[in-house]
Design a protein around this ligand. Sequence first.
Ligand SMILES: N[C@@H](CCC(=O)N[C@@H](CSS)C(=O)NCC(=O)O)C(=O)O
Length: 265
Amino acid sequence: MFTRPSGCFLKTFIAHGRCLSETKRALSNGSFVRQLFEQITSTYTYIIADGKSREAVIIDPVITTVARDAQLLKQLGLRLRYAINTHVHADHITGSGKLKALIPGCQSVISKVSGAKADVFIEDGDVITIGDKKDGLALECRSTPGHTNGCMTYVWHEGASVFTGDCVLIRGCGRTDFQQGDSNKMYKAVHERIFTLPDNFIVYPGHDYTGQTSSTIAEEKNFNTRLTKSREEFNRIMKELKLSYPLQIDKAVPANMICGILPEP
Ligand SMILES: N[C@@H](CCC(=O)N[C@@H](CSS)C(=O)NCC(=O)O)C(=O)O
């Protein structure tokens, strides 16, 4: 049974006009989402905590901000169970390997399709649970290929929240021009697996380059500048994006295939 979420927005630290750490969704049972920002690659990391057990997961940690994240988990009295990646990132190295080394009991998670190393491999329809088996916190895994083949979107139904990684971004979407990128697959995945969620669900993206932090399904269904178009128009937009390659792509992709564990120099 789902409980009704009550909105609670608590800004904790602001730098350069951007909130670096913000509690977004908090439920009356103590469960919450904390959004954290990494400034070099404009990446969002999320801690999702189960209020009752104080167990937590982290989505898309970045290697350079692992110390910050580990300290916050400690301060909040949270036991990290899973470091989850939405996909094999091309712009930054994942922090999941480093978090595993720092926090005993933490396991890394990624989709099986990604081909990357991890402790736990997930597939479409799997549910990641923490806390009590019956009334703990549950994240549904939805395969949403297009940016990469192995992209997963995570749905926290009880918190009316969806973590879209580099699939749906606020008013935009992830690029589809490398790493098995495919705009047809992305369009289908978004319309069938993300835009079919209830309108009030909060969309938490993997990045934002314009200073925004979250959106909703209703907003993106109405105002997304790419995904509201026809499939043909969407394909044309994605083909003509002509973005330069991420600066760290050559070291990030190979490192992320092995959980962000860098070989000794
Ligand atoms: N300049 C950044 C890379 C920016 C970029 O390509 N972002 C990706 C997600 S990370 S692979 C993307 O999909 N962008 C979509 C868009 O429309 O901007 C860097 O050098 O790291």
